[in-house]
Design a protein. Structure first.
Length: 315
């Protein structure tokens, strides 16, 4: 995600990093070059009889703008839903960690070390879970974080054999809660509170997987791309009689607007990737790590630093 202060209107006008310019400039160049060819034949070869009126382009352009707006709204809904889901994950893990520290307790001090180890294990498994989910959504491997937060290498190897690593870690969390209940460290009426938070984490995962695995229908995207490109290529045929030699400039500007809108929808349709305008789920995961580790020990030297934007980019 691009993180920058909107301090200068002029600077935003000429901004390139984080915009769709890098993706659409070859398409805009092709359309502008084609407009230049049409303008040349119109001016030099006198091909005015092949000119079109601007009326059909006005009607089609309005319809295309509305169509692109609807598609971008659908893509942004997916982006914003993904952000809300990860915000919910932050809140749920905080609540779960607080409940682990306050509800899992024992009257006998003889078992205090074992109890503290169980608490720590639940928190570490939660951190392993959110990192595994981040990697699953980005099609990467979570081995480094799993070896850091899980108890032993055998457990790491066991969960890595699962097709869905976060779910396998969720099972381990549920088993730890069951152990606390059997040993009398967790009152029966407190058990649903912990399970409800685990259920909520699994629900957030399922919703994120739904967004990732169900893109906007392919035929819808193809129609948008095709119609936008054909409109931009046909546009000089309706403008060269009225605009003259400025046709390539006008067409290039219009093409940038339409093709840029088209590219925005493509970029935010899948919000969990690593493009400039995707969600910073690594930074959100790091926030969870900081919060949960500090709940255990505010002075811990294991608290990782918050991620900072690099070149205005935060992943």
């Amino acid at each position: 995600m691009i993180v920058t202060k909107k301090t200068s209107w002029l600077r935003m006008i000429f901004a390139v990093h984080g915009t769709t310019m890098g993706k659409v400039w070859p398409r805009v160049l092709i359309v502008t070059a084609f407009a230049g060819v049409v303008t040349y034949f119109s001016s030099v070869a006198g091909a005015h009889k092949y000119s079109l009126t601007t009326a059909p382009f006005t009607v089609v352009g309005l319809a295309l703008a509305i169509f692109l707006g609807f598609r971008n709204n659908a893509a942004y809904d997916r982006y914003w839903e993904g952000r809300k889901l990860w915000g919910n994950m932050v809140n749920t893990t905080r609540t779960f960690a607080i409940q682990v520290h306050t509800l899992i307790s024992a009257e006998e001090v003889a078992n205090i070390d074992e109890l503290m180890q169980l608490r720590r294990s639940l928190i570490r498994l939660t951190l392993a879970y959110v990192n595994a989910l981040r990697h699953k959504l980005r099609d990467s491997t979570p081995e480094a974080e799993l070896y850091e937060y899980m108890e032993d290498s055998a457990s790491v190897e066991a969960v890595l054999r699962h097709a869905n690593v976060p779910v396998a870690i969720g099972r381990l969390i549920a088993e730890k809660i069951a152990v606390a209940e059997r040993r009398g460290w967790l009152k029966t009426f407190h058990v649903p509170l912990l399970y409800n938070n685990l259920t909520e984490m699994i629900a957030v995962q399922g919703a994120c997987e739904r967004i990732k695995s169900t893109p906007i229908p392919y035929t819808y995207s193809v129609l948008t791309h095709r119609t936008t490109m054909l409109y931009c290529l046909a546009l000089p045929c309706g403008l060269h009689d009225t605009v003259g030699i400025l046709t390539p400039l006008v067409v290039g500007f219009i093409a940038y607007a339409f093709l840029g809108l088209d590219a925005v929808g493509d970029e935010i349709e899948q919000p969990f990737g690593l493009d400039d305008n995707h969600l910073p789920i690594h930074a959100i995961t790091r926030t969870i790590e900081i919060n949960l580790i500090q709940l255990e020990d505010i002075d811990s030297n294991q608290v990782p630093p918050a991620l900072q934007p690099q070149n205005h980019l935060l992943h």
